[in-house]
Design a protein around this ligand. Structure first.
Ligand SMILES: Cc1cc2nc3c(=O)[nH]c(=O)nc-3n(C[C@H](O)[C@H](O)[C@H](O)COP(=O)(O)OP(=O)(O)OC[C@H]3O[C@@H](n4cnc5c(N)ncnc54)[C@H](O)[C@@H]3O)c2cc1C
Length: 478
């Protein structure tokens, strides 16, 4: 790999003539080292990722994507594809290579009569929610509004509607994909169905998606959502209660348990600046009144040290966590799936949570089941539909001095969870060392041998030269 350490040596990779050639083929900005805005353009969400691309193409449309891809292949450049730039492993950028940045292609078009939504590859969840909610709809996605729809969807897409409507990929109806050989392919259950299978969970391995078509569901504009908060001394009893309560809930209610320091405005003074256990929930049913008896045991248990239970604007709920992890924080994530919240698992999670090293760091337990579990395992590339829970272990901090403690805390909790874990990993919640092309073990762990073999066969067909390798890579067979 060639790293650019200063702006003076970028011309080792691209000559002035190369830049002129590429610029002449594009209809959009091209940013190279030394240009105004280069440092801003090369940054991604994870502040630990400090890479210097040789060129950043800010694509305005498919023509630019095709031109950039062709140029990158001609010059044998490493190519990074960027949607929202939120990838924890930093795969949306590359040292000394070419970034195809799709951030300007962020259109969201709703067809209310057909309940369809057409989304550009640079759209964020905020863009998606804003447009869909205007028509009384939502598309299942994640819980942080600046996250890119593209990367989130290609890896899976878990959030507050997962149990009601499944992952984002379970609501994907079709996509347009620019393949490694420069074709634009429309893919769905009926057209290039194998490719459609692969992009639902296989990440950006098979091409550059330039448009997503989603099924939309009636929701909002307000939803009943909220959270119950518990101090550390009560975590064990609260998590034991949750373990008995959550499995009985209907699909309309999705819960996520977090061990975090909530933003100061969320809780009263006496609960601020400490890690709390937070049982968050969102109701996707028709009538909020139906949720009240289901929530009553949670509200009565203990009762919580504090609670928020109220109708909330969907777009506000979807952006309520944004301030906890702004762009530029340093991050290292791990995840595990598991089937039982038994005593041993509870003890392991609580031990880990009680040693959280910084205020932005946390642990989330995503409750699965429902619509997520009803999708047959073989229907998509996404692994392990039978898992009941995912544990997302997210070390997040500001000061580089915290790098070692952040990483080692996440690794330690992850390794302690191993005996309790189920098969499969969620690639979107993986940090750097698990996500680059040099470390391939994650693909086998994530997908399992059978699914990985299918994915490799698909990679051989659509990207035999591994042009799209800066992702949670499925290496081709040769
Ligand atoms: C603060 C935060 C909160 C998160 N919350 C959630 C959550 O609630 N639920 C959830 O499921 N995930 C969540 N994630 C994880 C998120 O899904 C992944 O980080 C995802 O990769 C982000 O997508 P992106 O487009 O923003 O990232 P990018 O860094 O732009 O892209 C990530 C990778 O996706 C591929 N890619 C992106 N766009 C395209 C495209 N158009 N065509 C082909 N390949 C493409 C590329 O391989 C790229 O390297 C969160 C991440 C962060 C940082």
């Amino acid at each position: 790999m060639t790293a650019l350490t200063s702006t003076s040596d970028w011309s080792r990779i691209l000559t002035h003539g190369d830049v002129v050639t590429l610029r002449g083929r594009l209809h959009c900005p091209l940013i190279v080292p030394g240009d105004d805005g280069y440092d801003d353009a090369r940054r991604v969400w994870n502040g630990m990722i400090d890479r210097r691309p040789a060129a950043i193409v800010r694509a305005a449309g498919i023509a630019d994507v095709l031109a950039a891809l062709r140029f990158g292949r001609e010059r044998d450049l490493r190519i990074a594809v960027r949607g929202g730039g939120h990838n924890v492993a930093g795969n949306g950028t590359v040292d000394g290579g070419l970034v195809i940045d799709l951030g300007a292609m962020r259109s969201v078009t709703v067809d209310p009569a057909a309940q369809r939504v057409y989304v550009g590859p640079g759209a964020t969840l905020a863009d998606l929610d804003r447009e869909t909610v205007a028509f009384g709809f939502a598309v299942p996605a994640g819980v942080f509004s600046p996250t890119g729809v593209a990367g989130l969807t290609l890896g899976g897409g878990v959030g507050w509607l997962t149990r009601r409507y499944g992952l984002s990929i379970d609501n994907l109806l079709s996509a347009d994909v620019v393949t490694a050989d420069g074709r634009l392919v429309h893919t769905s259950q009926d057209e290039e169905a194998d490719l459609f299978w692969g992009i639902r969970g296989g990440g950006g391995n098979f091409g550059i998606v330039t448009s997503f078509e989603f099924r939309a569901h009636p929701l909002g504009p307000t939803v009943l959502a909220g959270a119950a908060f518990y101090r550390q001394a009560r975590w064990a009893e609260a998590l034991r209660f949750y373990a008995g309560w959550a499995p009985q809930l209907p699909d309309d209610l999705t819960t996520i348990v977090s061990f975090v320091t909530p933003p100061p405005g969320w809780v009263p003074e006496e609960l601020r600046h400490q890690t709390l256990m937070v049982v968050g929930f969102a109701w996707a049913g028709r009538d909020a009144v139906d949720a009240e008896p289901l929530l009553a045991p949670l509200r009565a248990f203990g009762p919580p040290d504090f609670e928020i239970v109220e109708p909330t604007r969907w777009v506000d709920w979807q952006s309520s966590l944004d301030e906890t992890m702004p762009k530029g924080v340093r991050a290292y994530w791990k995840n595990a799936s598991f089937d039982r919240l038994d005593e041993a698992t509870i003890e392991t999670i609580i031990n880990g949570a009680s040693r959280i090293p910084s205020t932005r760091t946390g642990v989330d337990i995503h409750q699965l089941g429902g619509a997520f579990a009803r999708v047959p395992e073989e229907a998509t590339a996404f692994p392990n539909r039978t898992a009941r829970y995912w544990l997302n272990i997210y070390a997040v901090w500001d000061d580089p001095a915290g790098d070692e403690s952040g990483r080692s805390w996440a690794r330690e909790l992850h390794s302690k969870m191993r005996p309790h874990g189920a098969a499969g990993l969620y690639v979107n919640f993986l940090g750097a060392e698990d996500g680059d092309v040099e470390s391939r073990g994650h693909a086998l762990t994530a997908y399992g041998a059978d699914k990985l073999a299918q994915l490799v066969a698909l990679k051989d067909r659509y990207d035999p030269d591994n042009v799209f390798r800066l992702n949670h890579n499925i290496p081709p067979s040769r």
